[in-house]
Design a protein around this ligand. Sequence first.
Ligand SMILES: [Zn+2]
Length: 269
Amino acid sequence: MDAEASPSPSLATRLRGTLIAATGAWSHAAKLALDIALPTLCVACREPVDGEGVCAECWARLSFIAPPYCPRLGIPFVYDPGPGLLSMEAIADPPAYARARAALRYDDVARTLVHALKYQDRTDLAPPMGRWMARAGRELLDEADVLVPVPLHWRRAWHRRYNQSGALARVIARQTGVRLSTEALRRIRPTQQQIGLSRPERASNVQGAFKVDSQRQAEILGRRVILVDDVLTSGATVDACARALLRAKAASVDVLVFARVVDTHKPPI
Ligand SMILES: [Zn+2]
């Protein structure tokens, strides 16, 4: 994709350019001062980088998902099967949601970014990650009424201080102008971490765990909703959320995640 070839110059770079142009003889000192005031570091490895985002080395290691992919699940195809053809997974086990899109494959670099955002208070990662998601989900976002992040149970939210899916959804809302609803969908019971559970265990773990707050049903009723999460593994969590939103009469539910697990051992259709 065109825009993905190089990250756009950051405000820091532009500011630096303007100031250097304006100060003439003082340019060296000005540049030095700005370098100190506005350090730009690679979001993945923290090495200094020219501009915002990731360094060239980390950029080359990011696996952006691009067409061709399953129009329903967003799973990349090895070759283009032609328009409208679905993946085996979408036919064999159709989810409650309509479509899913992911910015990246969930691999080492994506995992580093997700873990830093989730567990290391690296909220500075949310803007670039959210922007990559907005690009991957452009088609869904064009038709959407409201963004709903996958909620944490209040007890976990309290420990972690913020919801990483909410942070990503906030960036996407700012980027696209689609409304954000962070309170309508609730996690009504705490669930075990999905890590280490089998596919059926994941589904039963989140069964009935989500509910739309009856006081806020108007935010969902008749709306085209996009659920936002950081990682899609088995899809059990977003499926349970989608069911709750559809029970509250959402017009449709799509899913937008930062990264999804892609099973590379499966043969292409
Ligand atoms: Zn880097």
